[in-house]
Ligand binder design. Structure first.
Ligand SMILES: Cc1cc2nc3c(=O)[nH]c(=O)nc-3n(C[C@H](O)[C@H](O)[C@H](O)COP(=O)(O)OP(=O)(O)OC[C@H]3O[C@@H](n4cnc5c(N)ncnc54)[C@H](O)[C@@H]3O)c2cc1C
Ligand SMILES: NC(=O)c1ccc[n+]([C@@H]2O[C@H](COP(=O)([O-])OP(=O)(O)OC[C@H]3O[C@@H](n4cnc5c(N)ncnc54)[C@H](OP(=O)(O)O)[C@@H]3O)[C@@H](O)[C@H]2O)c1
Length: 278
């Protein structure tokens, strides 16, 4: 893992004249496929925790090359954080993975998305189901006090192929639980927030696809909670298309209905990336 912060870097060279430019303040690489970075926040940008924006760089043709990115930081944060894949030959991320503090990225200040509290009916327990970089919108929601004010219990699951791919999420949760301001919201024993990481292709404490662990009941047994119930449970899903489709079917089988900003219901879904991911 490598860290770079603006303070440890030489002053940036003359800035490019990018439209909607923001300055990178820190970059951290987690694996050869994953990194996170923070950028300055436009003074006028207001967003709801869980939403995404378009960000990018200038392409070789001089035109903005933009992709959808979930904002991983909460709405109260002074900066914006993003958690990103590195696709070897990906038009954007083959370049984006080389950004350094002081560099500029383009950020279109028009946040949108369905992984927001407004798209869910009130409930008792909130499930956040993620795979891979699908954890990003939940990193925002989990750091938002509103999440704990709305629900009695918050369960976040993160499934990746390997253990290293869980690091960003694990460290974020650990940071939250050691933050004095958050501790008050997380209740005695900090057990209002339950973290359930699993791996599928490398040995770890808990192995298996979350869909399998729901179907065989292990998730509920491990956490000591009742099976999914539309009366009490609300959920957000963010992963590959295949993951979203399979999990949505399980929630619907349990009697939960999909919602949207215009029609709040019992669960909401958003793709972590376009493509099959299978
Ligand atoms: C609503 C939404 C939110 C998104 N939020 C994020 C985010 O927070 N972080 C993030 O890294 N990406 C996110 N993405 C994906 C992102 O928009 C880009 O696809 C990604 O940055 C790769 O861009 P690229 O130009 O390098 O490759 P692309 O041409 O966009 O993608 C090439 C291929 O790489 C694979 N791929 C792309 N993104 C991912 C990913 N995140 N995880 C695994 N495989 C992937 C797919 O198979 C895809 O077909 C989001 C996508 C959507 C639709
Ligand atoms: N992660 C890597 O180390 C790696 C390396 C090189 C290339 N890639 C490529 O990058 C792309 C994305 O890989 P990724 O690992 O980020 O995402 P991914 O393939 O979507 O897998 C992420 C996690 O989600 C699980 N999953 C996938 N589909 C599911 C479903 N339908 N229901 C329940 N769980 C499901 C996977 O379990 P399973 O393991 O059981 O599928 C894995 O644990 C893929 O095309 C992959 O080939 C990945």
């Amino acid at each position: 893992m490598t860290d770079q912060t603006a303070a440890s870097q030489p002053a940036p060279a003359a800035k490019m004249a990018l439209p909607d430019a923001q300055t990178v303040t820190s970059v951290r690489h987690y694996t050869d496929r994953l990194f996170a970075f923070r950028v300055t926040r436009p003074a006028s940008l207001r967003f709801r925790s869980g939403e995404f924006v378009m960000i990018g760089l200038l392409g070789d043709n001089g035109k903005p090359l933009l992709r959808a990115y979930s904002i991983a930081s909460p709405s109260w944060d002074e900066e914006l954080e993003f958690y990103s894949i590195k696709v070897q030959d990906g038009p954007l991320t083959s370049k984006l993975q080389h950004i350094q503090p002081g560099d500029q990225v383009i950020l279109r200040p028009k946040p949108v998305g369905t992984l927001v509290h407004d798209a869910l009916l009130p409930g008792k327990r909130l499930y956040l189901f993620s795979t891979g970089t699908g954890f990003a919108p939940f990193a925002s929601l989990l750091r938002d006090p509103d999440t704990y004010e709305r629900f009695e219990e918050v369960i976040v699951t993160h499934t990746c192929r390997g253990v290293d791919e869980l690091t960003y999420g694990r460290e974020m949760i650990e940071g939250l639980k050691s933050d004095e301001l958050m501790q008050e919201l997380l209740g005695d024993g900090l057990d209002k927030l339950r973290y359930y990481p699993t791996t599928t292709r490398e040995e770890s404490a808990k192995m298996g696809r979350i869909t399998t662990l729901i179907e065989n009941g292990e998730l509920f047994d491990d956490l000591g909670v009742p099976p999914l119930n539309p009366e009490t449970d609300r959920a957000m899903i963010c992963g590959s298309l295949a993951f979203n489709v399979d999990l949505k079917a399980l929630l619907e089988k349990a009697g939960l209905t999909e919602g949207a900003n215009s029609d709040p219901q019992q669960f909401v879904v958003e793709k972590a990336f376009v493509g099959e991911g299978v």
